[in-house]
Unconditional design. Structure first.
Lengths: 191, 473
């Protein structure tokens, strides 16, 4: 990172910390903010739940994650709607919530067996349950990258923003996830 | 190793994923969330406050993270002798902070001149070396500047024959494509082999190869959406230039052709990828008899050739087109003015052409003439690196010491490449066209040199290679 960018980033982070500590980062939304927030929630709440469901894997946790993310967005709405990317923020919060959830519950998580299917080779790809059992075995980050790419039709730049990584890393995550799936399918074909 | 190319054989997986996501969502009943629910929940819950000391710790950590690399960089910076800029009517003195510097790097494990070379981000790749005896195998090496490290990469698939004429590499995304032109002993239909190397997975593949229409080989250009391959056809000719385009979306090669306006004869034609008005395109560069240049953009989305723009040229033979990510093309003056019938004092010997492809505006640019200590009557000698140009997002680089920024219309003095001028043997020369510059800021160029580099690294085989790095910060 160039020195100038590093210094700007340092100042930016410090200012954010001071604002947060002083309690000015979360401000109460004004009346017109309420209206735009209402429209935002109405328009996106179902889409966010679908995304969260695909990332997290069950609809109840997905709904909780979306609610938490929207509460966070509501608290920062006045500044977010003007300068930020509310959709990206909510997606990012959902992804982070999934990571936290996974960390808390990892001892309980049982990696599902690959769904058995009688069809040979690549024909298995037409069985959604089979594909679902393969994707559930991917790491959370790779699975999320696939959902963003093939469900949300995000660009790599958008995926990078949600996953808080570089564009090349986002591209690599998608690529590697596809490679993992391909290997799993090929292994299945060899059985 | 797999024969599957992710660019060409992953559509089935992608479709399966889309189907699965659609089915998964359709199986579940989602209820809308109201803004009132969120407002109520927000008022009931208050965000947890972090202890105040956390602020101090976080700020200290951030400051340390920001300051330590800067201090370390200052301490580690090695001074490199800079050559003062020669005066030219268009040159502006560079600010001290703008000066790039060259630093010697670890010699390459192989003779880089015998390999196809590409740069992706900060890494330099050497692929498919051809030995002096013509033996040709799919091996690869990567140089990363951070750790100053060369790494041997996975070997490619077995080739159908042991020898070849040449290898050429180009990039599309994180994948390097490689064409191997077989020698005359190969049947015409097999004269061109086509491979790809995935830099993410360190894996080779054998994608569908192009089928040149007018000859046996074609010269490929990588685009984000596909591969453009211009057929290698003998010139001069007035016949249309033929090419093929492999569209990653349709996964098929389709032929096309480009005709010069008025059916003019061309001496040669070449293709380069360029980004103009936010669209990745191919610029076709046709050279006309008498030194004229005709350019046209080919749009891979519309599969259409744009309007031609022409210039009469300055001399018979201007240099190869150098394209930047800013959408302009630079044509350097001839490497050897005497060879095209003008002496070194003729203004045409130092006049380059520059064209902005979006506006189709042409301009003349005076190249700083290397006077003392680089004055030489034989520009092709080892001490004159003027023929070797590179392009980058920032501008155009003359290896021997100048960087031209079209936006600012000025030349910046660059320190001479170490050793290139001082090596006692004329065999030490910078590799033609091997000044690789990344196409994003900051400018970072790699000069791969061949020759005796004893001063750099002790006992080195005379064929060993060294990499140099110029950084403009």
């Amino acid at each position: 990172m160039p020195r100038s960018a590093l210094l700007v980033r340092t100042l930016d982070v410090t200012i954010q910390l001071v604002r947060w500590e002083a309690g000015v980062a979360d401000v109460e939304p004004a009346a017109d903010d309420e209206l735009t927030f209402e429209a935002f929630v109405t328009e996106h709440s179902l889409a966010f739940q679908r995304f969260a469901h695909l990332v997290i894997g069950n609809p109840e946790d997905a709904r909780d994650a979306v609610q938490d993310a929207l509460i966070g967005a509501y608290r920062q709405w006045p500044t977010m709607r003007l300068t930020g990317n509310p959709t990206g923020y909510v997606r990012r919060s959902i992804v982070n919530a999934n990571v936290s959830r996974w960390r808390k519950r990892r001892r309980e998580v049982i990696v599902p067996e690959v769904h058995d299917h009688a069809a040979p080779g690549d024909e298995r790809l037409f069985d959604s349950l089979y594909v679902g059992s393969l994707t559930s075995r991917l790491s959370s980050r790779r699975r999320t990258a696939l959902v963003l790419r093939y469900w949300e039709s995000c660009s790599y730049a958008e995926i990078a923003e949600v996953l808080d990584c570089g564009e090349a890393t986002a591209r690599s995550l998608v690529h590697r996830a596809l490679a993992d799936l391909r290997k799993a399918v090929d292994r299945g074909s060899d059985d | 190793m797999t024969d599957r190319d992710p660019f060409t054989d992953r559509a089935d997986l992608e479709d399966a994923l889309r189907r699965h996501f659609r089915d998964e969502v359709a199986r579940t009943d989602f209820r809308p969330i109201s803004a009132d629910e969120i407002r109520t929940a927000a008022r009931l819950s208050t965000p947890a406050r972090r202890p105040r000391w956390l602020l101090a710790v976080a700020a200290a950590v951030v400051l340390v993270v920001a300051v330590v690399p800067i201090v370390a960089e200052q301490l580690n910076r090695r001074p490199v002798l800079a050559v003062p800029a020669t005066v030219s009517p268009t040159s502006t003195p560079a600010a001290p902070g703008d000066r790039p510097s060259w630093t010697p790097r670890l010699p390459a494990p192989v003779d880089a001149t015998r390999y196809a070379q590409v740069a992706i981000d900060d890494a330099v790749y050497l692929l498919a070396g051809v030995s002096r005896q013509g033996a040709c195998s799919l091996n690869a090496y990567r140089y990363r500047p951070g750790p100053d490290l060369w790494t041997q990469l996975a070997d490619g698939p077995e080739r159908p024959r042991a020898t070849c004429d040449s290898t050429r590499a180009f990039v599309s995304g994180s994948r390097i494509y490689l064409t191997v032109d077989a020698d005359e002993s190969a049947p015409p239909a097999d004269r061109m082999e086509f491979y790809s190397y995935d830099t993410d997975d360190d894996e080779w593949a054998t994608p569908q190869r192009p089928a040149p229409q007018g000859g046996t080989t074609c010269t490929p250009v990588g685009l984000p959406s596909g591969i453009f391959c211009l057929d290698d056809v003998a010139a001069p000719t007035a016949a249309p230039a033929t090419f093929q385009y492999f569209d990653f979306a349709t996964r098929a090669w389709t032929p096309g052709e480009a005709q010069l306006a008025g059916g003019q004869t061309r001496q040669s034609v070449s293709a380069h990828s360029v980004r103009v008005n936010g669209l990745d395109q191919v610029v076709l560069d046709a050279r006309l008899p008498g030194g004229g240049i005709a350019l046209a953009l080919w749009d891979p989305v519309a599969k259409r050739l744009g309007e031609q723009t022409s210039h009469g040229g300055t001399v018979v033979e201007l240099g190869t087109a150098q394209v930047t990510s800013a959408g302009s093309v630079f044509f350097a003056p001839p490497a050897d003015p005497l060879a095209v019938g003008i002496n070194g004092n003729d203004p045409r010997a130092t006049t380059a052409l520059l064209v902005d492809l979006a506006s189709k505006r042409w301009a003349s640019v005076e190249v700083p003439h290397p006077k003392s200590p680089l004055t030489t009557a034989t520009p092709s000698s080892a001490e004159w690196a003027l023929p070797f140009y590179g392009s980058s997002a920032a501008g155009y680089v003359l290896v021997n010491g100048y960087l031209y920024e079209p936006g600012a219309g000025r030349w910046l003095a660059v320190p001479r490449l170490p050793d290139a001028e001082t090596a006692p043997s004329a065999s030490h020369a910078w590799v033609g066209g091997a000044l690789l510059c990344r196409t994003s800021s900051p400018l970072n160029c790699w000069g791969l040199s061949a020759g005796p580099l004893a001063r750099l690294a002790g006992q080195i085989d005379p064929t060993a290679i060294s990499a140099g790095n110029a950084q403009v910060r």
